[in-house]
Design a binder for this molecule. Structure first.
Ligand SMILES: C[C@H](O)[C@H](O)[C@@H](O)C(=O)CO
Ligand SMILES: [Mn+2]
Length: 417
């Protein structure tokens, strides 16, 4: 490994790139792992939690799904041993430590998350949080915060208010803000007659939610849009335009989920636009595939461009990066490892870019030179620098980590009923 890295260092130096500086930047980069890949977004509100309705679906039935909180934590601990660098954990409200009690969403309290806070401290992790606006009888008719039924709307407003309180508790406990993200499934299968009405209701519900202010040292509020979902093909109330306008007018953070846009839209292109007017941005790193927005992340162009746009972002901007995929058809620990490692490789590639030279070529009008250098980067020894990062962080190298995935499947996952 030492020889491979030394050779790579020399080759990158030849194009003016300092691999040591890139490794240092990657060590400072923090990736928020989502808790929901381990159990297919089931959560712990009921025994054997299953995802139902609401514009998201997990497909597949691979054995070994986490069935309770201790299995989920053990799985995440195992996955984290395969992922180098700084990590956070992104929790959904449905993953509280409810101890078998039936606690409805409008009644959740910080106490149900205190064991998560203690566990996170032991693991050296910080937490992020999400209200859970799906898989619930009061989301079954397709509307939550924008529902025309006051009872349903008030229930969900209360839930998000509680989730922000829980996020603030987490933020205080960890001495840095928890990002609280709101995604709602609200929408319609066919053309609505009252788009304006629903979006007006959503505006007023959000305004009520944000009446309670928390210091930015405790909670950062984010809003996540979507183009369409299963059952909301014609109309999504919380569209990108809606939330962008809302976030600008109310000083909130936008969440760009890479799976939530038209397939020909380059989500990476939005970063430099939003950052002209905002200092913070949340990303959900995901991979769209036809109707699905949540495939396991691989190192494709979309991810590569996204990492480069974030790495090029001006100083003083804070970009929070979380994973968002769930695949129930494969080994779930492997899913975490492949997805997180792919995301980190994309960020490493971005940090290994000769950024100034590319800009110089561009400003000189030498566009073929810019293209040739960009293409040359694709055959540079990124993998050797990546393996060095894994070695520095005491996690398996690229050729080795699937062995640990297989061992855990044999020793632990395959024994689950
Ligand atoms: C479970 C997540 O909150 C969910 O995936 C949301 O972020 C989303 O992307 C819905 O499509
Ligand atoms: Mn998302």
């Amino acid at each position: 490994m030492a020889d491979r890295y030394t050779d790579a260092k020399t080759r990158y130096a030849e194009i003016g790139v300092d691999t040591e500086a890139a490794l240092k930047r990657l060590a400072d980069f923090s990736l928020s792992l989502h808790c929901w890949q381990a159990d297919d977004v089931g959560g712990f509100e009921s025994a054997g939690g299953e995802l139902s309705g609401g514009g998201i679906q997990a497909t597949g039935n691979y054995p070994g799904k986490a069935r309770n909180l201790s299995e989920l934590r053990a799985d995440i601990e195992t996955a984290m041993k395969l992922i180098p660098g700084k990590k956070r954990l992104n929790l959904h409200a449905s993953y509280g430590d409810f101890g078998g009690r039936a606690v409805d969403r409008d009644s959740i309290e910080p106490e149900y998350f205190s064991s998560w806070v203690s566990w996170a401290k032991e693991q050296g992790l910080q937490l992020d949080f999400n209200c859970t606006m799906f898989s619930h009888r009061l989301a079954d008719d397709g509307f939550t915060l924008s529902s025309k039924d006051k009872g349903i709307r008030d229930f969900w407003i209360a839930h998000v208010q509680r989730c922000r309180e829980i996020s603030a508790y987490m933020g205080r406990e960890q001495g840095s803000p928890a990002v609280h993200n709101i995604w709602i499934p609200d929408g319609m299968k066919d053309y609505p007659a009252d788009r304006f009405g629903y979006r007006g209701i959503l505006t007023r519900s959000l305004d009520r939610i944000f009446e309670t202010g928390y210091p930015e040292s405790e909670v950062l509020d984010a809003l996540e849009s979507k183009l369409f979902g299963i059952g909301s093909e014609a109309f999504v109330v919380g569209s990108h335009d809606f939330y962008l306008a809302y976030a600008m007018s109310r000083d909130k953070m936008i969440c760009l989920d890479m799976g939530h846009f038209h397939p020909t839209e380059l989500v990476a292109d939005k970063v430099s636009a939003i950052l002209q007017f905002k200092d913070t941005l949340l990303l959900h790193v995901s991979r769209p595939m036809r109707w699905d927005s949540d495939h396991i992340v691989v190192l494709n162009d979309d991810l590569y461009f996204m990492a480069h746009e974030v790495a090029r972002a001006a100083a003083g901007k804070s970009i929070y990066v979380g994973l968002d995929f769930f695949d129930a058809s494969v080994n779930r620990i492997g899913a975490y490892a492949v997805g997180a490692r792919s995301a980190l490789k994309a960020w490493l590639a971005a940090y290994l870019e000769p950024a100034e030279e590319l800009v110089r070529l561009e400003e000189a009008g030498n566009f073929i030179g810019r293209m040739a250098l960009s293409e040359r980067l694709k055959t540079m020894p990124l993998g050797d620098v990546w393996d060095r990062f894994c070695e520095m962080n005491d996690v398996p190298l690229e050729a080795d980590y699937m062995k640990q995935v297989a061992d855990y499947e044999r020793d632990v996952l395959s024994r689950r009923g």
